[in-house]
Design a protein around this ligand. Structure first.
Ligand code: CMP
Length: 139
């Protein structure tokens, strides 16, 4: 499937026009990872990229402990981009061969400014992740 077609089906980009999505794909890079590869490492300098999973699966690990799992259409790497000068908050490890679309901090922030609906979708997902993490802490 074309990347723009795939993006259109994700919660994050479903309301973007084809033209907008072509713009996103034109400036983003595809990156592939083997199973077991650390895609983002906890503590690393952050401002390097926002990742959207196109295929495969990943696990978020904090201090080595799993805190979340991601699949196609899920994103990660937003925290260190939104919080300037903050290192990566967790490891994100590919648990299968995984392909991603990676946006620079510059393009990511520009997208949030030009598309408030994308920013709103991200806020929703972040609230869900916070709720899940809170729930795991009280279990
Ligand atoms: P960032 O800190 O840039 O890099 C690690 C990423 O893991 C982080 O952005 C989030 O995308 C993700 N992440 C960190 N903590 C959690 C959590 N508790 N639940 C889900 N995802 C997380």
């Amino acid at each position: 499937m074309e990347t723009t077609e795939f993006l259109k089906q994700t919660g994050l980009f479903s309301q973007c026009s084809d033209k907008d999505l072509e713009g996103v794909v034109a400036t983003a890079k595809h990156r592939s990872f083997d199973a077991g590869a650390t895609m983002v490492r906890e503590g690393d300098p952050g401002a390097r990229g926002f990742y959207l999973i196109l295929s495969g699966a990943a696990e978020v690990r904090k201090g080595g402990e799993p805190v979340a799992t991601f699949g196609p259409g899920d994103f990660f790497g937003e925290m260190a981009l939104l919080l300037d000068d903050t290192p990566r908050t967790a490891d994100v490890v590919a648990t299968e061969p995984t392909t991603t679309l990676v946006m620079t901090q510059w393009d990511f922030k520009a997208l949030l400014t030009s598309h408030p609906e994308v920013a709103a979708s991200i806020m929703l997902v972040l609230a869900e992740r916070l709720r899940n993490t809170d729930q795991a802490l009280t279990d």
